[in-house]
Design a protein around this ligand. Structure first.
Ligand code: HEC
Ligand code: HEC
Length: 316
């Protein structure tokens, strides 16, 4: 008897757990976003059909990954840390170096990237045309057979539904119950004033979509040139896209190379960058002088960052 109830419990957990993590969605059946969601979770887009977008962009982690470099097909791994793909609808550039201008353009990169899905686009399109299910859905939704353009549109439409606005910070701003705690309100003040975080991480999504240099480049251990890789402009060496900070508490590890495992480590870096790396290109002027945050201010700031998690992602 005890056995059976344990088994039932395990079964219930298996059935209900994944849905407990998924965000509330408002996706109309047979819409581009509906099709995009199917494609986002389908390994059919990768060379050996083992990796989907969601293998790296995991819903339970705000569509980021828990490792510094994610696994792609054939035991390869990504060159950068996997960022969250939530709150992308208002972004102006994509990737840490901004090499994609629109969410639609972005889609075709990971499919072809040899370290990610490693599949030529014509093969993917052939597979979708060969699939009865997809051929039917594409025709119904886009009134044409699957092609690179409608594939991109569908996935981008799905990503645009992944907006989060139900955080303690949002509730506090809108005078709703369960807003920021007194500690988080103090942390918010550090974020806006002494910490100067707001200079680059603007609201509402805590990014200004700019490329900035916080000092994580020395040409040796830290040798990703960032934005320079795309523009070839020497002034862009060491600049990276400012990531948004919504749900940041659940997207560890941090930075373009996942080198900081916790938010505490990120804050220690901002407070004393020189203790971590002797960067060879000058840091942004906002970070040229020590922040001199006290232990209490560090704790308050961390508490504030924890207040940016959308409730829909918290295990109920
Ligand atoms: C093997 C892991 C992996 C897979 C599979 C993968 N991605 Fe990514 N994704 C990454 C990494 C790593 C980056 C950052 C790369 C960079 O900046 O150069 C990224 C970046 C992105 C971005 C840009 C986010 C931003 O803030 O600029 C979007 C959007 C995205 N991926 C969507 C997708 C979609 C859609 C798919 C499936 C078609 C996909 N990814 C498949 C690892 C992956
Ligand atoms: C001069 C602009 C600038 C300032 C000021 C700044 N940031 Fe950043 N922040 C960035 C950039 C650029 C990155 C990405 C760097 C990288 O990936 O190498 C980043 C990354 C982060 C990350 C990691 C996010 C992730 O998903 O990996 C966190 C957390 C963060 N910043 C918090 C803060 C806090 C808190 C402050 C204030 C103490 C602050 N930032 C001040 C530009 C800035």
């Amino acid at each position: 008897m005890k056995h059976i109830s344990t088994m039932l419990l395990i079964l219930a957990i298996i059935i209900f757990l994944p849905s407990a993590f998924l965000p509330k969605e408002n996706i109309a059946k047979k819409s581009p976003a509906y099709l995009g969601k199917l494609l986002f979770f389908d390994p059919i887009l990768s060379a050996d059909k083992t990796i989907s977008c969601a293998s790296c962009h995991q819903p339970a982690l705000a569509f980021a990954d828990s490792v510094a470099f994610s696994n792609g097909v054939g035991n390869k791994h990504t060159k950068r840390n996997t960022p969250s793909v939530m709150n992308m609808a208002s972004r102006e550039n994509f990737f840490f170096d901004g090499r994609a201008k629109t969410l639609e353009d972005q889609v075709l990169f990971p499919i072809q990237d040899e370290n990610e899905m490693n599949c030529p686009i014509p093969i993917v399109i052939q597979r979708l045309n060969d699939s009865k299910k997809y051929k039917k859905l594409f025709t119904k939704i886009f009134h044409e057979a699957p092609n690179a353009k409608n594939l991109s549109s569908a996935i981008a439409a799905y990503e645009k539904t992944l907006e989060t606005s139900n955080t303690a910070n949002d509730r506090w701003l809108n005078d709703k119950p369960n807003g920021l705690t007194p500690l988080q309100i103090k942390g918010r003040s550090v974020f806006f004033k002494k910490g100067k975080c707001i200079e680059c991480h603007f609201t509402p999504d805590f990014t200004g979509d700019e490329f900035r240099n916080i000092g994580l480049f020395d040409g040796e251990k830290w040798n990703d040139s960032g934005r320079y890789n795309f523009t070839k402009n020497v002034n862009d060496i060491g600049k990276f896209k400012v990531p948004g900070l919504r749900n940041v508490a659940i997207t560890a590890p941090y930075m373009h190379d996942g080198s900081f495992k916790t938010l505490r480590q990120v804050l220690e870096y901002y407070n004393h960058p020189e203790l971590v790396i002797n960067s060879t290109v000058a840091r942004d002027t906002f970070l040229s002088k020590p922040l001199n945050l006290t232990e209490q201010e560090m704790q308050d700031l961390e508490a504030f960052l924890n207040g940016m998690t959308d409730n829909d992602f918290v295990r109920k």
